[in-house]
Every structure is written in structure tokens, then in C-alpha cells.
Design a protein around this ligand. Sequence first.
Ligand SMILES: *Cc1c(COP(=O)(O)O)cnc(C)c1O
Length: 371
Amino acid sequence: MVKFLDLKKITDSFQPELSDAVRRVVDSGWYLQGKENSGFEKEYTDYIGVSHTVGCANGLDALTLIFMAYKELGALKEGDEVIVPANTYIATILSISDNGLVPVLVEPDLNTMQIDAENIESSITEKTRAVMIVHLYGKCAYTDRIAEICERHNLLLIEDNAQAHGCMFGNKRTGSLGCAAAHSFYPGKNLGALGDGGAITTNDDNLASMVRRLANYGSDRKYVFPSIGINSRLDELQAAVLRVKLKRLDKDNDRRRSIAGRYINEINNPIVRIPINLNPDKDNVYHIFPVLCEKRDSLQKYLSDRGIMTLIHYPIPPHLQECYKRKDILKFRGNLSLTELIHNQELSLPVSPVMTDDEVTEVIEAVNSFR
Ligand SMILES: *Cc1c(COP(=O)(O)O)cnc(C)c1O
């Protein structure tokens, strides 16, 4: 039996350090906004290569806080348009619509499944103020062309790095490429806590201070509230866990890459398509290994009958979700047929740092024998 993601095995592989870290926090008597959070913020700041990390409660809050902060700073206002990939997890879109901003969905490039720069440029209107890129499946979505479009049109470039901790673009990390980036430490992510967690990274001093204020009820100083904020904190237990796991992130990502490398080289079933990876070395941390297959549902059942667990990321695209059908919140041109094709054909094969070579072989043989 090949699990999709064996979280228990992953957690065990960090022992005894993980339990030691948890015990250290339990014994300290200090559970919020202490040494572990500030230690993690510093270590993550160095790792990503930015000037600030602000810990928060989860990835959706991280995304939401970035937009809240830009509104509070006057860089965005309600009704402004934010260009975003149509094929993403719902949280990306929620953070935009929750802030009264208008998500403008654009189609991906089917070869990479990442946002298509030409579609960004052709979707710009006089109301466009920002572009949100998503390093979906762990693959870098940033390109020089996207940066150039944002600069020329004076748009904020924001990264959703929930799936791509440790991913590189040249010698920089995703999360340091745009104006601000959101990270999720949901347990299943490449850098995962033992519960919820999130962070914002940025090189912008004003943005970092504003995010910190808004995540703390809108306060920089005890009992003084210049802004209307929320309560969103990375607790000490999760921060301590993340500090342990961050040390092994690059090694874990290398293991994911080597598994993905075998899938790319050894899966040779003509009806199973592997997305093109332009720079297979560094620009992908393989949070997910997606394949496309017209007979996706029978492939999934075929693998499951052979004890191989797979998932679909994601079965229903945001623009077809009930929550967005009721109101006229989303904007897009045409019919988003590429996005729908991906949602109809995508299947995620198991990939994780604790998978054995034998398990990888089992997956490859099963996929290759599917007709
Ligand atoms: C997981 C995820 C989020 C949300 O993170 P949470 O910590 O679960 O709130 C946002 N965007 C993407 C692309 C994700 O995969």
C-alpha cells in the first residue's frame, strides 16, 4: 500500500528533536509571541532571503493580511482588480474577494500549468492594481516576463508560496521575488507544522509593520488600536516544530526531486501526460506531482485497486464553486477551458520525502501498465 502522504512517518523521522522542541515549549510556560516565534521568524527570514517574516495563524490569513495591509497603506482600495490564476486552491481567491477586491481569473499555460504571462497582460484594465502568482504544485510560477509586465503597468506582484517552500528562481527563493509573499504551514505542505501555521515574507518595511499590526488586533502598542485588525498568531508550539523541520527542508525537497525525476524518466505511458518542467533542478520542489490523463477517473481507480493512493488537485475549479456562482464576484473572459481541462484530467501521484524507492517503482509500474 502506497499512501499519498504518510504524515506519521514524516513526523517520526524528525524524532526525537520534535518531541524535545514541544517539551521545551510546554515546560517554558510561555505559549504565544515568545522566543520560538521570533526565532522562527529570524531563521525563515534568512532562509527565504528577505528582510522580514511575520508569523500568523495559517496560509489564508497570510494571504488576507497582505491585502488588508495594502488597503490600510492606501496602495489598494475596494473594487480594485487583482489578476490571479484560475487554476488554484480556493484560498488564493478567497483572500482577494474577502477584501472587497475583484479576482480576475486568467488561464494557465497547459505545458506548465502555471499562469500564462500573456494572459496576464491582456487582462489588465484601468482598475488592475496587483498580480497574485501561485507557485502551484511546488513549481516556480515567477518569470522575468511577469516581473516586467508588473513593473511596466505599476502593479504589485504578490506570491502565494503555500506549496513551494524552498523553491528557487535562479539564486533566489520563491517568497522573495515579488512585493510580498504568503506561506502556509498546514501539516501536508513541504514545510508543515503539527497544526495550522502561516507567515508573510517581504522586503518592504512598511508592509511588514502593517501586517504585524493588523495580525495583532490592529495594535503596535498594548491597548492602542490605530487600525482595525484581526487576531492571527503563529503559536510557540508550532514555531518550535517549524524550526526543527526547516533545518531539513532542503534535503527533503531534494528527495522529492529525485522521486519526481524517476517519474519523469520512467513513466512512459502515452496516455499519461507529465507537465513540462523547464528547469528541473531547482525551480520545483514537487509539493504535488501532477499528471494529466483523459481517463483520469479510471486511472485513479486502477491505481487504488493496486493499493496506490492518489488525490485530485482540484476536482472543481474556483469559478465553478457554489460560493462564487451565487454572486457576480469573479471576473474572467471567455470560458476558462484550459482550467476546466486541468480540473477534469489532473491526478496527483504520491510524492513525499519518506517514500521508499520500492514504493516509487510500484507507482511507476502501475501507471505504465494502465490502458
Ligand atoms: C494550502 C494553501 C493555502 C492555504 O493555506 P492554509 O494554511 O490551509 O490556510 C493557500 N494557497 C494555496 C495555493 C494552498 O495550497
